[in-house]
Structures are given as structure tokens and as C-alpha cells.
Design a protein around this ligand. Structure first.
Ligand SMILES: O=P(O)(O)OC[C@H]1O[C@@H](O)[C@H](O)[C@@H](O)[C@@H]1O
Length: 351
């Protein structure tokens, strides 16, 4: 929780690979009974070895580490000298965690999140691509349930305050083409700059036919209590209210300077400026600056998710109302920057 009254505890990362799962030197293998040797090469051991290989190739001392995350999934941990940390899972190309120097978590992971690839990870910042939805293909597309690959890492932008960055890529495969028949490349970089988290998404049409798509960063933010969360930057905007029926949204106008949530909310705000702010109810807010993204979704399921709805609010930069049309060889780009700000006059003060 961002600036919560409780002391945030940072659980850290599980270190891997565990030494017993390393491939043994040949001289030792000769002495190992055959039955035991076969146990070494389990899928889990192979995954561990793969993580070790990625760490060897892409790890940068003190700033970028590839380690085993929840469910044994590979994750990239970015550490900034300011004390901020981000965790990026290759499964889904997903930023799951972003912690402030105090250890306070900014993002939220739903209690029903699973890390076994049976469904997308429900938390952090999942991708919606190539469809926000609802629409012709699966809800929110397939990018959130594909393995992305590491293209590069760096931490050398400023020698004195090295900004760690990872770039992930997702390209079309038999699986993606079975859902959406277009060759593409998605390049997604995640970086820490002092207290801020930046993402940069590029979609490239690598085929010879034009295609269109919609997309979003389905960002889950932790709030003190949804009844105390406030969103600024939406006043005067038209929005598609999907709450009653996502398939038949009703167009409305937002009149409020400060938007509060007191029931289920599922709304696509059309063409806001490049800045919205989520007051999380603790005296702090997350500022969300962007370029290229043209819409903002605000979603809270309310009592459809009784175990968690009070603790999060999704504020999602998206390109939804007007799909991007990409000609062969051309690309589309959108950036987002998250910062934590301390509010002078919080709307709510604890009793
Ligand atoms: O449960 P999912 O697939 O992650 O989607 C959650 C919600 O995501 C929001 O972005 C949509 O606007 C909602 O309509 C949807 O219910």
C-alpha cells in the first residue's frame, strides 16, 4: 500500500537457481545413479536453468536481475539507486510490482491471481492487445497470456544514477495467428527513473497487409479503500458507460472535477488530456502521464469481487474508441509515466 499507515513489508525475491538443480559437472554425473539423474531434468529444473541463462545474459549487477518469480515464472527485477524497485514477468509482459523507496507497493495483485499460466495474471499492469474488448476475439486479447522475450536490458543512462530498463518483445506465433491472423512485433520497455516508472509500447506491422487493433495497459492500483479513492482529470469528458452492459455501452458526460466510486464502475473516458491522477486515499496519489494512449478506462467490479474490490482501482490508459490502423511496415507508439505525489490537501483524512 502506498503510504499506508501500516509498515510495508518487502518480501523480496526468491533466489534462484537453487544449486541442486544446476547441471552437474560430467565427472560427478558419472557417479550418480541413473534414476536420480533423470529427476534433474524436470520441466521445473529446465525452467530454472533457463532463468539462470537469462540472468547470465541480461543481468546487470545491482540494477537488473532475472530471477524466479511466483509459480517459478521468470521475472526481471529492476532496482534503482533511489530505492525503487519493479518486477516484470515475462509471462504476459507484465509489471507486477512497483515499490517506492519506503517499500510501499503502488500496484495491486488480486487475491485470485494465479501464476501457473492457466489464465492471465490478475494484477499489476497487464496488456490488452490486440483487442481491448468485448469483441471478436478473447477478452483483452492474447498478449497478457503469452510469454514475452527479453530483447535487451540496460542501466547506463546516467552513470551516477543508473536508470535500469528492460525491453521485452512479443512476435506473432502459431498461437497468436490462430486467434488473430496478423504478423506483428510488440516491443515494450519498462524503466525506472528515480521515483517514476516509465513504459513505452510500440506495435509494428511486420506483415504485408494492413491491420487494426485496440490496446490498453490494464493498471491495477492499490487504494486505502475504494470509497476514499478519487480520480482527477476526467471533468468534461464524454465516456462510454459499460457498467450496465459491456456490449451496449451508453455514452455520457462526466461533470465532476473529482470522480469518486460508490458502486460498480466500468467506463471508457474518451480523449482525456495526457494526465490523470488517482488519489489513493492515504494522502498520496499516483500521477499518470501519457502520450499516444487516447482513452482512459476506470474499472472497479464492486461486489462482483467481494474479496478485493475495496482495495484496488483500475485506471487504464487505452487506445479503444478509435482502433489503430497500421499499414505494412509502420508502427504505433504509446508511453506512460507513473509518479507518486504527496497531496497537500487530501480529500479524505482518517478519523
Ligand atoms: O477480468 P478481466 O478479463 O481482466 O477484465 C476485467 C475488466 O477489465 C476492464 O478493463 C473492462 O473495462 C471490464 O469490462 C472488465 O470486466
Amino acid at each position: 500500500m502506498l503510504l499506508s499507515y501500516k509498515q510495508a513489508s518487502y518480501t523480496g525475491v526468491r533466489q534462484c537457481p537453487s544449486p541442486q538443480l544446476q547441471p552437474w559437472p560430467l565427472s560427478r554425473q558419472a557417479h550418480v545413479p541413473k534414476r536420480r539423474r533423470t529427476c534433474i531434468f524436470t520441466p521445473a529444473a529446465a525452467a530454472t536453468q533457463n532463468i539462470a541463462k537469462l540472468q547470465q545474459e541480461y543481468g546487470i549487477a545491482e540494477h537488473v536481475q532475472v530471477v524466479e518469480g511466483q509459480g517459478g515464472l521468470p521475472k526481471v527485477v529492476l532496482s534503482h539507486s533511489s530505492g525503487t524497485k519493479a518486477e516484470v514477468y515475462l509471462y504476459g509482459g507484465l509489471v507486477l510490482s512497483w515499490k517506492q523507496p519506503s517499500g510501499d507497493e503502488v500496484l495491486f495483485t488480486r487475491p485470485d491471481a494465479v501464476f501457473d499460466k492457466s489464465k492471465p495474471i490478475s494484477g499489476g499492469i497487464p496488456h490488452c492487445f490486440p483487442q481491448f474488448g468485448p469483441g471478436k476475439i478473447q477478452q483483452h486479447g492474447f498478449a497478457r497470456n503469452c510469454d514475452w522475450e527479453i530483447a535487451s536490458t540496460s542501466a547506463d543512462l546516467q552513470p551516477d544514477e543508473r536508470d535500469p530498463e528492460v525491453e521485452l518483445v512479443l512476435t506473432d506465433s502459431d498461437f497468436t495467428r490462430s486467434i488473430w491472423p496478423h504478423p506483428f512485433k510488440a516491443a515494450y520497455s519498462v524503466s525506472l527513473h528515480g521515483d517514476s516508472l516509465r513504459t513505452d509500447l510500440r506495435i509494428i506491422n511486420t506483415g504485408d497487409q494492413a491491420f487494426d487493433f485496440t490496446a490498453a495497459l490494464h493498471s491495477y492500483f492499490e487504494v486505502l479503500d475504494i470509497s476514499k479513492a478519487r480520480i482527477r482529470g476526467l471533468k468534461g469528458l464524454q465516456y462510454l458507460d459499460k457498467t450496465p452492459d459491456p456490449n451496449n455501452p451508453v455514452e455520457k458526460k462526466e461533470e465532476r472535477e473529482v470522480v469518486s466510486i460508490d458502486g460498480p464502475m466500468d467506463a471508457v473516458f474518451l480523449s482525456p488530456g495526457d494526465y490523470v491522477e488517482l488519489d489513493v486515499g492515504t494522502g498520496a496519489a499516483v500521477s499518470i502521464s501519457s502520450s499516444g494512449w487516447e482513452d482512459v478506462v476506470v474499472w472497479n467490479p464492486w461486489d462482483a469481487m467481494p474479496a478485493s474490490y475495496e482495495k484496488f482501482c483500475c485506471v487504464e490508459n487505452g487506445k479503444i474508441a478509435k482502433p489503430v490502423v497500421l499499414q505494412p511496415g509502420s508502427s504505433w507508439r504509446a508511453t506512460q509515466e507513473l509518479n507518486v505525489i504527496i497531496l497537500d490537501t487530501p480529500d479524505f483524512v482518517e478519523d
